[in-house]
Design a protein around this ligand. Structure first.
Ligand code: UFG
Length: 328
């Protein structure tokens, strides 16, 4: 029996594969390598280069490897890109996920864990935001993920699939053992950008907006270490395997840091005082988004190990140095 990890050559997926192998699981990775890397797939997992929309391929993999569970990471993840290319996002994140869910149902897969996002909440009225708070995505990215949540719930109800939907907050950091990390070129995420700037890969960076209704005027986010996030998937799978009811749960730590606090931490941990400019707001940014993560903790016993911004930044820096050496 195997676990099929879609997007297992990507940032979060590659961490998941390490975690699953360490737990003694048999792992098959399906990744089209659009943004993932072959080298990011841990030894011991079988990599199949292909698309989740290729139902003949997915059906064959499920049957051949007796796939018991699917952990579905593959998708597009850049919010501003989704605004300029909504149909691309609805295809990759919604239409293709529908094809995958159908294969799961037809192939008799028992459990399905789906990477969703805090972006389904849009601009929350209050923080921390709970799973039953209003859902109002403000980007095609958030909508594309929300539609998949709905399809998964309905299909699971009709066909007896058990599912876990995890709504990720701001995922950051890298494998503490330095085996994988965020490797996408042209990344836009705050910690990645700040770390690249500290290491001289960018001449300067911008703070997008300094007049938000927050303590220092910059946006607050709930940054969660990628290894804690993937551990939440492993804990959720264990819960589902024990017969736990299907669930939708937030995945964050429940506390926020401002953009300026993050930049200050990157400066402190790296020892580099890099150039930062105060700029205009970036369209579509909510002032603050922080998770209430009580549900996942109570259900699965998830206990984060890396809830420390300096540690998250330290791991991101260590990985960026490795990546620079790899690329030189
Ligand atoms: N920011 C800057 N400068 C930069 C990059 C980012 O000031 O160079 C700011 C942004 O304006 C925002 C904050 O840092 O206020 C965080 O921005 P990110 O781009 O790192 O992340 P987002 O909060 O926009 O989005 C991320 C994921 C989404 C997810 C969301 C949930 O990309 O998938 O977190 O909070 F939905």
């Amino acid at each position: 029996m195997a676990i099929l990890v879609t997007g297992g050559a990507g940032y979060i997926g590659s961490h998941m594969v390490h975690g699953l192998l360490a737990g003694g699981e048999q792992v098959v990775v399906l990744d089209n390598l659009t943004t993932g890397f072959e080298w990011a797939v841990a030894q011991g997992a079988k990599l199949v280069v292909g698309d989740i929309a290729d139902q003949a391929l997915v059906g064959k993999l499920i049957a051949e490897h007796h796939v018991e569970a699917i952990i579905h990471f593959a998708g597009s993840i850049v919010v501003p890109e989704s605004v300029s290319d909504p149909l691309g996002y609805y295809k990759n994140n919604t239409v293709n996920s529908r094809a995958l869910i159908e294969c799961a149902v037809k192939g008799g897969v028992k459990h399905f864990i789906f990477s969703s996002t805090a972006a389904v909440y849009g601009n929350p009225e209050k923080v921390p935001v709970g799973e039953d708070d209003p859902i109002l995505p403000v980007s095609p990215y958030g909508s594309s993920k929300l539609m998949t949540e709905i399809m998964l719930r309905d299909a699971a109800f009709a066909h007896g699939l058990s599912y876990g939907i995890l709504r990720y907050f701001n995922v950051a950091g890298a494998d503490p053992q330095g085996r994988t990390g965020q490797s996408t070129k042209g990344a836009t995420h705050l910690i990645k950008v700040a770390v690249e700037t500290a290491l001289g890969r960018r001449a300067r960076m911008d703070v997008f907006g300094t007049n938000y209704p927050t303590p220092d005027g910059t946006c607050l986010r709930d940054y969660i270490h990628v290894t804690d996030l993937t551990q939440a998937h492993a804990d959720l799978l264990a819960y589902l395997r024990k017969g736990g009811a299907s669930v939708t749960a937030n995945c964050g730590y429940g506390r926020g840091f401002s953009v300026l606090e993050v930049i200050q931490t990157v400066k402190k941990v790296s020892g580099v005082d890099f150039k930062v400019e105060m700029s205009e707001r970036r369209p579509g940014d909510p002032a603050q988004i922080i998770a209430s993560s009580d549900r996942i903790r109570a259900l699965s016993g998830w206990k984060p190990q890396y809830d420390d911004l300096s540690v998250i930044v330290g791991h991101a820096l260590a990985w960026e140095r490795k990546l620079m050496a790899k690329r030189n």
